[in-house]
Design a protein around this ligand. Structure first.
Ligand code: IMP
Length: 430
C-alpha cells in the first residue's frame, strides 16, 4: 500500500470510517484531505464508539500518525475537544502522532454565523447545510482572505487577521443579511488561546507525507462526505464546498500522482442522503422505515453531526458508475448489506427516463437530476440474519447475486462487504 485513497461513492455517510478503520491497521499515516467538522465518522471498537469529525478515523490505531491536510477547514475548538476525547479513551494524541498542515484554513464563529444567515436567506431553496461554517470558510479561502493555520505561529499577525476577518464578515452579516454582528474581541482572545494549544502540531504535511512515501511508508487518505456532494461533480448547488473525490486527496494533501495505489469507493447497499437536493430513488413507504431504522441504534440512518433523519432509497447504479468514473475507483466496499435482509424484492436503479427518453448514463452528470425517473431492475431478496457471516460462500445465494450484479453494473470489483456495525462484521475478499 503506497498512497491508498478511500472516498464516499454516494452522498456521504457511506460507512467510510469503518472501512478506514480496517485498512488503517496496516497504515503508517492516515490523512484527512477535505471538508471540516460537517463530517461525522463513527468508529466502533469493542464497546467504545467514537464519533470523529476532524481527526482521521485511523487515529485510533497506535502505530499510525494522523494528519490533517491543506484541503481541510478546521474549527479549532472542535479539534481540541476531539483530541481530548481520544486522550481520555487512552489514545495518545501528541505532535509525534498528529500533525496539521500550515496551509489548512480555520473556521470561526463568524463563518458559522454567516452560514446560518445565508441558509435563512435561501428560504425554501435552502441547501440544508450542517451550519458548521464550511461554505463561508472555503469562500474566504478562494477569495484569498482565508485564515490559514500557519498564521497561528505569529500571534501578532494572527490577531490582526482575525480582527479584519470578523469585521469583514460583519459587513456581510449586517449590511446584506440584516443579522447580528459578531464581537471580534472574544473571538480574537479565544483563537489566540487555540493558537498556543495547537502551535506544536503545525507542520508541512505535504513534505512529511512525501518523505514517508519515498521511504516506502503507507498512507491512507480518508475522504469526507461523498462524490455526489463534491463542489464540481456533485448535485450542484446541493453540495458541500470542498473536493470530495479521490483526485481531491492529491490537492488536499499536497501530493502528486506518483504513489497512488488503491482507490476505494465506499457505497451502502442502498442509497441515503441528508439535506436538500434531488434523489431519484428516494422512497418514503414502509421499506424506508426498514432501511432507516428508528434511531434507537447508533447505526440507524440519523446524521452523526446533526442527528437529522437521513432520506433513504434504492441503490442507484447510474450514480455509482458515475462515481467510478470521476474518482477513478478501482474497487468498491459495500456497507450495510445486512440491512437489506427481509426485503423482497430488492430494487437497483439501472437507468433513467425523462421526457419519453431512456438514459443509461446521465448526459450532464448529476446536474438537474430532479427531472429523471429511475428505471429499476428487481432482484430476489433473502430472509434471515447475515450479521454473523464472514465468508463470501456462506452468504445467501440472493445476497451474493445482489453484490455480483452491482459489480457487473459498475465494472469494478467489490472487495469488502460489511454485514454489521462491529469492526469484525465484514466479508473481505483476497
Ligand atoms: P455543508 O457541508 O455543511 O455546507 O452542507 C452542504 C450539504 O452537504 C448539505 O446537504 C449537508 O447535509 C451535506 N453534508 C455535509 N457534510 C456531510 C456529511 O459528512 N455527510 C452527509 N452529508 C453531508
Amino acid at each position: 500500500m503506497p498512497l491508498d485513497i478511500i472516498v464516499g461513492a454516494q452522498w456521504g455517510d457511506e460507512g467510510k470510517g469503518r472501512v478506514v478503520d480496517l485498512l488503517a491497521q496496516r497504515a503508517d499515516f492516515t490523512a484527512r484531505f477535505n471538508g471540516g467538522d460537517n463530517a461525522g465518522h463513527t468508529v466502533t471498537v469493542g464497546k467504545q464508539t467514537f464519533k470523529l469529525h476532524l481527526i482521521p478515523s485511523g487515529s485510533i490505531h497506535p502505530q499510525s500518525v494522523s494528519v490533517i491536510g491543506n484541503g481541510v477547514v478546521i474549527h479549532p475548538a472542535v479539534l481540541l475537544q476531539e483530541m481530548e476525547v481520544l486522550r481520555s479513551a487512552g489514545i495518545p494524541v501528541n505532535p509525534q502522532r498528529f500533525r496539521i498542515s500550515f496551509a489548512a484554513n480555520l473556521i470561526t464563529p463568524a463563518h458559522r454565523a454567516l452560514d446560518a444567515a445565508q441558509e435563512a436567506a435561501r428560504g425554501q431553496d435552502k441547501i440544508g447545510t450542517t451550519l458548521r461554517g464550511i461554505g463561508p470558510a472555503y469562500t474566504e479561502k478562494v477569495s484569498r482572505a482565508g485564515l490559514r493555520v500557519g498564521l497561528m505561529l505569529d500571534p501578532d499577525l494572527f490577531r490582526t487577521n482575525l480582527q479584519m476577518h470578523v469585521e469583514r464578515i460583519n459587513r456581510w452579516l449586517v449590511d446584506f443579511y440584516h443579522a447580528e454582528p459578531i464581537d471580534p474581541k472574544p473571538v480574537v482572545q479565544e483563537y489566540l488561546g487555540y493558537a498556543s494549544q495547537l502551535k506544536d502540531y503545525i507542520a508541512d504535511v505535504s513534505g512529511l507525507l512525501w518523505d514517508a512515501l519515498k521511504r516506502g511508508k503507507c498512507v491512507l487518505a480518508e475522504g469526507a462526505q461523498g462524490t455526489l456532494l463534491d463542489l464540481d461533480h456533485g448535485t450542484y448547488p446541493f453540495v458541500t464546498s470542498s473536493s470530495t473525490v479521490a483526485p481531491g486527496a492529491l490537492t488536499g494533501l499536497g501530493l502528486g500522482f506518483s504513489f497512488v495505489g488503491r482507490v476505494i469507493g465506499v457505497t451502502k447497499a442502498f442509497q441515503t442522503r441528508v439535506g436538500s437536493g434531488p434523489f431519484p430513488t428516494e422512497i418514503i413507504d414502509d421499506f424506508a422505515i426498514h432501511l432507516r431504522g428508528t434511531g434507537e441504534n447508533p447505526w440507524d440512518e440519523f446524521g452523526t453531526t446533526t442527528g437529522r433523519p437521513r432520506r433513504v432509497g434504492w441503490l442507484d447504479s447510474v450514480l455509482l458508475r458515475y462515481a467510478v468514473r470521476v474518482n477513478g475507483l478501482n474497487e468498491l466496499a459495500l456497507t450495510k448489506l445486512d440491512i437489506l435482509s427481509g426485503l423482497n424484492p430488492l430494487r437497483i436503479c439501472t437507468g433513467y427516463r425523462s421526457g419519453g427518453q431512456y438514459f443509461a448514463e446521465l448526459p450532464f452528470g448529476p446536474d438537474n437530476l430532479a427531472q429523471y425517473d429511475p428505471v429499476y431492475e428487481d432482484l430476489p431478496g433473502w430472509e434471515g440474519d447475515i450479521r454473523s457471516i464472514r465468508r463470501w460462500e456462506d452468504l445467501p445465494a440472493q445476497a451474493r447475486a445482489y453484490v455480483l450484479r452491482i459489480e457487473e453494473l459498475c465494472g469494478v470489483p467489490v472487495r469488502l462487504v460489511s454485514v454489521g456495525p462491529e469492526r469484525e462484521q465484514v466479508v473481505e475478499f483476497a
